[in-house]
Design a protein around this ligand. Sequence first.
Ligand code: NAD
Length: 366
Amino acid sequence: MSKDKLRIGIIGCGGIAHAHANAYKSFDDVEVVAGADIVPGKARKFLDRFDWTDADAYDSTEELCERDDIDAVSICTYNSQHAVCAVAALNAGMHVLLEKPMSVTIEQGLEIMAAEKASGKIVSIGFQPRYGANYQMVRNLIVDEKALGDVYYVQTGGGRRRGIPGGTFISKEKAGVGALADIGCYALDFALNSIGYPKPLTVSAVKYDHFGKNPKYFGDYKNFEVDDFSAAFIRLEGGITLDFRMSWAMHMDTAGDFLFLGKDAGLKVKQPNIGAWSGAWDGTVGDITLFHDLYGKLTQTPVPIETQEKGNLFQSKVRAFVDAVLTKGEAPIPTSQIIRNQAIIDGIIRSSECGHEVEVKYLDKI
Ligand SMILES: NC(=O)c1ccc[n+]([C@@H]2O[C@H](COP(=O)([O-])OP(=O)(O)OC[C@H]3O[C@@H](n4cnc5c(N)ncnc54)[C@H](O)[C@@H]3O)[C@@H](O)[C@H]2O)c1
């Protein structure tokens, strides 16, 4: 084991851990020294698959966290285990790259933030679309160049016509939340990050499971325990409203484009790849159009967009985390922002369960 390299552990060695591993494998200045998974033998097989035969495999996160020579971990467990694993790693003095969504409940999110503060380590949340050139351009246009003037209304969401993932994603105990947290958190992150992550205040929402529980549309319907469609009206600070819909399955090609309405101009970001598996998760966009008045005429200007390899986004997200740890910098995608995303998800769940608008919980803390 090299003392000069950043020493990494991977917690949860399932599907997405492979993308983290591929990114770490491509960096010269990091070394993966350990992995943990609660399925016995799974961490060993995973590490061997990447030729990390000298790395130690553990059958629990607690054992991995007993080590005092690991600088940072990627946490790739299913959602319900994000908080417990992040808190354990932080308490053991490790920096954390935590997969999205940050947590299942807002309380778990706040626990992560408290442990982060107490440890002096960083937690970055894994929203790789942030590294998409077009997502960055939209944020620059709105936040830095103020091309729209004050933004007062945002529509976000989208999702899939027929794309329920199955596996751990449909379990209440493991995923905790369905489409809303799986791909809804990306759509919320794009919308909120593009306007400077204002604080959410209230949420009125509904959620459904019409497709997941129907044998006509989903084979594993007996085990489907989460949402497959949700819609919400969210009031944000500064008089901004956020209109949100997210689907794993519906009888429609898209639940809408991204719309940003400002006092001086509007921006439409069309959904890419409308159809079975579309959504905001991979950083791709369709056309982007600026709606504005020019010499008193209603004008639509196409905004030039970039094409970017999807794989690079994941690499960029892991690299940004590694750089922040190496330079003792700030978390690239900080919990102080993502707790607001989580507060909306929490609000959508509570509002849909009680049937009326709810105030966002812990407003003083988010
Ligand atoms: N950023 C992305 O593009 C992206 C894509 C897919 C999934 N994800 C996120 O990654 C997470 C994992 O998704 P996945 O598809 O890899 O799921 P998965 O079910 O394939 O893998 C999760 C793994 O975590 C293990 N695990 C559970 N609890 C554990 C614990 N306490 N300690 C150690 N290991 C534990 C499970 O045994 C399993 O092997 C989810 O939160 C999901 O939202 C992100």
